[in-house]
Design a protein around this ligand. Structure first.
Ligand SMILES: *[C@@H]1O[C@H](CO)[C@@H](O)[C@H](O)[C@H]1NC(C)=O
Ligand SMILES: *[C@@H]1O[C@H](CO)[C@@H](O)[C@H](O)[C@H]1NC(C)=O
Ligand SMILES: *[C@@H]1O[C@H](CO)[C@@H](O)[C@H](O)[C@H]1NC(C)=O
Ligand SMILES: *[C@@H]1O[C@H](CO)[C@@H](O)[C@H](O)[C@H]1NC(C)=O
Length: 893
């Protein structure tokens, strides 16, 4: 027995050894390398590098989406993936860690490594990120004596424990560069400099402590702090902003890093949708590398979705699209993705000169024009110089920062014309191969369309309802009312108004307060005589507050710590008074988040009574956290059968505080799936038990949007917004991996009375793609090899620009809607012919493109059978339609 047991142990140890060995081997993505830095750049394996980084937050996508997102990033010219670490996702209950599903950070980091990309891990653990409570677990605020983000022992202890846990995990999994993993850089804290002053001397001490603590973990790669001008000596302070070309680190030993280049912005319920034009974004990036920058991260490269209740506040919407180069659904946002890809390829062509020079040579070319020149022979520091031996030369950036006018510049004996607010990049100091304002990349117009295969099965849900009311549970809706007020034994009664988060611990958005109010004959007479009404009056509320009298909704208020005076109507005798406090994402920004709380603040009163105001905080209140449906998990497969649903009829609509349930078949094919909730009011939605997020059809103000977005001049988040007068969000991403082929459970909790019969499932794809390329544009970057032009052997003028069109994966060009070689005008979907037009434009483009996933057409007279108008600059404008070529089968992505 003993011998046998021992033998088993040996075998177990051996197999454990094999498993570990396999994991280690598979985690060895790179030959181990060290990362250090000097004043110019990060030094990777002994070489300074110019790095392009793309922000992707792993829980804002599904693990099934990660490989595609990472490979699209790589194809777009990204070298590094950057992510925050989301503490409240990883430690939902103190001491109980969670690293699975969307929170499988190890898997995410390994995928990045397996694609040959580096990773920048921003541990924080405060992350802001428009993420619930800035990433802090809500239990953190219950630790006695805690004050967040300052020199406070309980906070520092918790923070250190979590940061160490993450660093240890990465080390155990061999994910640091010196172990052959992809992690080249970390981050401690986050934009602390913005609020440090609020903490007095404690703030200064905390910064020093955080730095010491982080460095003490011996992770073996550099740490950054962003927006931290007093970052201690061995921590790099980095820039977060729309522009960082003027940024100077706080020491001459540190490189110029840009941790957050805001390529778009987030949106709030009831707000319009921000967009940052790619011409301006490319300008900002080019200016950064021009003026000595060496690491630039797009915040976000893919924004994704705030699934569940992960959106922060106040009022951040479920989509975190961010106007990023890869959209919320994982599709390319064009021309943003493509134009930046060209920019990245150009910067790579310049990299040998950029890393060789310690600093650029500055040449003033005009009042608002300048050049920065990097020369390889100016290389002076002690780096291994064989890296550059075969490549001698020079790279230059020419900038026209005039917001209005184009400029013609003379540089090293040649003449260059630059559009306003643009940078031209000359990898060999002679040939401009890229200009930030000349967009050659295609435009893609995405839409969601009712999936036809889905329609043929079900017709629309509404039509189906009309024809087959109640006959088929598969496609009709059932419903159940949520009780107003107390619904379980899980209630308690105390005197006074308790703070929202102190009661809910954020287990739900909803907190019910119930009491009874006695109304006398005298009160009623007083109200009638004086023509007044009593009112619930609260000094300050956030986010949504509702009052119910005797079971009826009396009023709703949306606030950001705003005063409430809600008139109400009482009957004689006892009245049920129910206050409902709702959160819509906890505050994620600012000092003292632990004190911010939610719900009500200040005095709570019933005003207008004969004998004066009634102080509500003197009354006995019964508290109930959450919804009965949430508690019973009636959105889950299995659990949803536990309650008595009834068939939904047209007469039941609209209804407040109501659950709805139906089943649907997944649309065929591989295109991303969207749920159209435009007919609904406010609530939450689940598919097969997965919480796809909060929804709300709050409408953006009518004005504030711009008809035409002018890329010129400094960007701010209000500059180029769309969607005015429309609900901020109506489509909600359902990841493919959450769907099965048929019988998908959809459960909706609706608060305000929307119409579920008009809900539909749609496919998102780029149906229309356009390109508008000029003879004056540059030839495609992928054709360039640095050595081709380094000695002036060839010139850009010998090469022809091209129009390139590509449908998304699984789609082909079905038709060319417009094509004109000559002087066409307008923009995508609004092109028109000019005076000059080659008659065979359409047939040439159709021949090259129709039926293909992608095509190229050279912008040259030869291709179009001769010059349609001598001496005039010609352009080619094309609009094409894409259709799915794989409308069969079912995909898991
Ligand atoms: C990285 O640096 C450490 C400490 O200087 C050194 O021991 C190690 O060999 C280096 N690793 C590589 C791969 O260069
Ligand atoms: C410089 O780098 C090259 C290529 O990485 C290497 O082969 C060479 O040995 C290095 N030389 C020195 C002096 O370190
Ligand atoms: C509230 O809790 C009390 C005490 O546990 C219980 O007696 C009462 O039935 C509960 N109310 C509801 C509506 O379940
Ligand atoms: C929340 O509860 C804590 C004790 O757990 C208390 O110190 C704090 O004052 C409460 N907050 C509010 C706003 O009532």
């Amino acid at each position: 027995m003993v011998a046998r047991a021992r033998g088993e142990t040996v075998i177990q140890c051996l197999s454990l050894f094999l498993v570990i060995h396999f994991l280690v081997a598979s985690a060895n993505f790179f030959k181990p390398f060290n990362v250090t830095y000097d004043h110019r750049a990060l030094i990777i394996d002994g070489h300074r590098r110019m790095l392009i980084s793309g922000g992707i937050h792993y829980p804002r996508a599904t693990p099934e989406m990660w490989p595609d997102l990472i490979s699209k990033s790589k194809e777009g010219g990204v070298d590094v993936i950057q992510t925050y670490v989301f503490w409240n996702g990883h430690e939902p209950i103190r001491g109980q860690y969670f690293f699975e599903g969307r929170y499988d950070i190890v898997k995410f980091v390994k995928l990045v490594g397996a694609n040959g990309l580096y990773l920048h891990l921003r541990i924080g653990p405060y992350v802001c990120a428009e993420w619930n409570f800035g990433g802090f677990p809500v239990w953190l605020r219950d630790i006695p004596g805690i004050v967040f983000r300052t020199d406070n022992a309980p906070f520092k202890e918790e923070m250190q424990r979590f940061v160490k846990r993450i660093v240890d995990l990465m080390r155990e999994e061999m994910l640091f560069s010196w172990q052959g993993g992809p992690i080249i850089m970390l981050q401690i804290e986050n934009e602390y400099g913005d609020i440090e002053h609020s903490f007095g001397p404690g703030g200064k001490e905390y910064v020093k402590w955080a730095a010491r603590m982080a460095l003490g973990l011996r992770a073996g790669v550099p740490w950054v702090m962003c927006r931290q001008t007093d970052a201690p000596e061995n921590i790099i302070d980095a820039c977060n902003a729309y522009y960082c070309d003027g940024f100077k680190p706080n020491s001459q030993k540190k490189p110029m890093l840009w941790t957050e280049d805001w390529d778009g912005w987030f949106a709030t319920w009831g707000g319009s949708l921000p967009h940052r034009p790619v011409e301006d974004l490319a300008f900002a990036v080019a200016r950064f590398f021009e003026r000595g920058g060496s690491f630039q991260n797009y915040y976000m490269y893919f924004g994704g979705t705030n699934f569940g209740r992960t959106a922060g506040g106040p009022f951040y919407i479920t989509s975190y699209d961010y106007d990023a180069p890869i959209d919320e659904y994982g599709l390319l946002s064009e021309p943003k993705w493509g134009h930046l890809k060209d920019l990245h390829a150009t910067i790579k062509l310049c990299e040998p000169a950029l890393v060789a020079a310690d600093s650029p040579q500055y040449i003033k070319l005009g009042s608002k024009q300048e050049a920065h020149v990097y020369r390889i022979d100016s290389h002076t520091d002690g780096l291994n110089s064989t890296w550059h031996e075969s490549q001698s030369g020079c790279s230059a950036f020419l900038a026209n920062i005039d917001e209005c006018k184009a400029a013609t510049l003379r540089f090293l004996g040649q003449s260059y014309t630059l559009p306003p607010w643009s940078v031209s990049i000359l990898p060999d100091c002679r040939n401009a191969v890229f200009n930030t304002a000349k967009v050659t990349a295609q435009t893609s117009i995405k839409s969601v369309e009712l999936d036809l295969s889905y329609l043929s099965n079900v017709s629309s849900l509404q039509q189906f309802m009309a024809q087959n009311e109640g006959s088929n549970m598969q496609t009709s809706w059932v419903t159940i009312k949520e009780p107003i007020s107390v619904w379980s034994e899980n209630n308690f009664t105390v005197e006074g108004i308790l703070e929202h988060l102190n009661v809910t611990k954020d287990q739900s958005d909803y907190l019910w307060y119930f009491t009874r109010i006695y109304v006398s004959d005298e009160d009623i007479a007083f109200w009638e005589e004086n023509k007044v009404r009593p009112a619930v009056t609260i000094d300050s509320i956030r986010d949504v507050f509702r009052v119910f009298i005797n079971g009826q909704l009396a009023g709703s208020v949306i606030g950001r710590w705003d005063k409430v005076m809600q008139p109400v109507q009482f009957q004689k005798g006892y009245n049920d008074l129910v206050l409902l406090s709702q959160t819509v994402g906890l505050q994620n920004y600012g000092a003292f988040l632990e004190r911010e709380g939610a719900g009500f603040k200040g005095q709570t009163k019933l005003t207008g009574f004969k004998d004066g105001d009634i102080d509500l905080s003197n009354l006995l209140w019964t508290y109930q956290v959450g919804l009965q449906g949430e508690y019973l998990k009636i959105y889950g497969q299995g659990n949803n059968e536990m309650v008595e649903w009834t068939d939904l009829t047209h007469d039941d609509i609209p209804s407040t505080f109501t659950w709805y349930k139906t089943y649907f078949d997944a649309p065929a094919g591989a295109d991303p799936v969207a749920l159209d909730l435009g007919s609904m009011g406010k609530g939450q939605a689940w598919v097969n038990g997965h919480h796809i997020g909060r929804y709300w059809t709050l409408v953006a103000p009518e004005d504030g949007c711009q008809r035409n977005c002018d890329y010129r001049g400094a960007y701010s988040s209000g500059k180029c917004t769309t969607n005015c007068g429309k609900p901020t969000q109506t489509w909600y991403h359902i990841p493919r991996s959450w769907l099965q082929e048929s019988h998908n459970l959809l459960v909706i909790f609706e608060e305000t009375g929307g119409n579920p019969l008009d809900i539909s499932v749609k496919l998102r794809s780029a149906h229309v793609i356009c390109a508008h390329v000029s003879e004056n544009h540059y030839p495609p970057l992928q054709k360039w090899v640095r050595s081709d032009f380094i000695d002036g052997k060839i010139s850009v003028k010998d090469m022809t620009p091209e129009m390139q069109l590509q449908c998304q994966d699984g789609h082909i060009i079905s038709s060319i809607e417009f094509a004109s070689y000559g002087t066409p005008q307008g923009s995508c979907q609004k092109f028109s012919r000019g005076n000059c037009h080659a008659l065979n434009s359409l047939s040439v483009v159709a021949k090259a493109c129709q039926g293909t996933n992608k095509c190229n057409v050279a912008i040259s007279n030869a291709v179009f059978g001769g010059d349609p108008c001598r001496g005039i600059v010609k352009t080619l404008a094309v609009e094409a339609r894409c259709v799915s070529s794989t409308k069969v089968g079912f995909s898991q992505y």
